[in-house]
Design a protein around this ligand. Structure first.
Ligand SMILES: [Zn+2]
Length: 289
């Protein structure tokens, strides 16, 4: 392949009225004037992608908070348990599926590297390597399809949502998380928002465009939320040594108080972010019609 391949129509609606986004030229980001979808116009070559993902860091272990989140998510999935099959697309090291397996789900996953495949298989997850394909599973196999922070990495949203629909049973659900392009962080930071990165991220969703994608593929939106704001994105000073003029006890007390205030603040902020659809993290549940 010679030269750079570029999309000349919107990945979501096929519209041809595309406009580059001022300030985002470095990452080749365009906006579709018809549907509002934001995506990378350049199609990275296999070589570029292979090089990028060969140095990709993996999360080897997960924390208490993540485990708790998995638990409450799995609680909510009980409502849909019928075939007892769940698949996590781009499942990484398989932490989420391992938690699901403990609850008796038959767990399936997909990943790209041999290393990830082996790690997951070691946890009893049935893996397939590479992109999803309709040939791999019978239609209606799954109650649940999950995909955590994956769809922003791909530039084939329509075929992805189509496959999700194909492998889900009627009434089954897809749970998808992705960064929210309409977040307050991105509004403030613009192209400096740390999510904006080529060839790492190729599609940038908002609640509206994500819902549009799934509705076009025979899903109904059940729930959508945007929460969280990462303060790290605003200051990278790392000066967290505490107040040296205070005694140790006083420092501890202040830390605990800060924690309570922080927790309250966080919950208020999350509520406000969700109401205004301005949170960093977009989470959505769609049900197959
Ligand atoms: Zn469009």
């Amino acid at each position: 392949m010679t030269g750079t391949e570029r999309f000349d129509s919107c990945l979501l609606c096929g519209g041809r009225r595309l406009r580059f986004m001022r300030g985002y030229e470095k990452d080749h980001i365009f906006l579709c004037l018809s549907c509002g979808f934001v995506f990378c116009q350049v199609k990275p070559s296999e070589e570029v992608l292979n090089k990028h993902y060969s140095q990709y860091p993996r999360a080897r272990s997960i924390g208490e908070i993540t485990l708790k989140r998995y638990d409450s998510l799995l609680d909510s999935f009980e409502l849909y348990r019928k075939n007892n099959n769940m698949i996590d697309v781009g499942c990484g090291d398989g932490h989420f599926l391992a938690a699901a397996k403990k609850r008796g789900w038959n767990v399936f996953g997909t990943e790209f590297t041999q290393e990830a495949i082996e790690v997951c298989e070691g946890k009893g997850i049935r893996m397939t390597k590479g992109s999803m394909s309709e040939q791999l599973y019978s239609p209606g196999t799954f109650d649940i399809v999950t995909s955590f922070e994956v769809i922003e990495h791909i530039n084939t949203p329509q075929s992805e949502a189509k496959i999700f629909n194909f492998i889900l049973r009627q009434g089954g659900v897809a749970y998808v998380t992705t960064p929210n392009f309409n977040s307050i962080s991105r509004n403030i930071l613009g192209p400096k928002w740390n999510i904006i990165e080529y060839p790492e991220h190729l599609s940038y969703y908002t609640p509206k465009t994500l819902t549009r994608l799934f509705e076009q593929n025979n899903f109904k939106m059940v729930e959508i939320s945007t929460t969280g704001i990462s303060f790290d994105r605003f200051h990278n000073s790392g000066s967290n040594q505490g107040n040296a003029s205070l005694g140790a006890d006083e420092q501890l007390r202040q830390k605990a108080e800060n924690k309570i205030v922080f927790k309250m603040l966080k919950s208020v902020i999350n509520h406000a972010l969700n109401l205004t659809s301005k949170g960093d993290s977009l989470k959505a549940l769609f049900k197959k019609n």
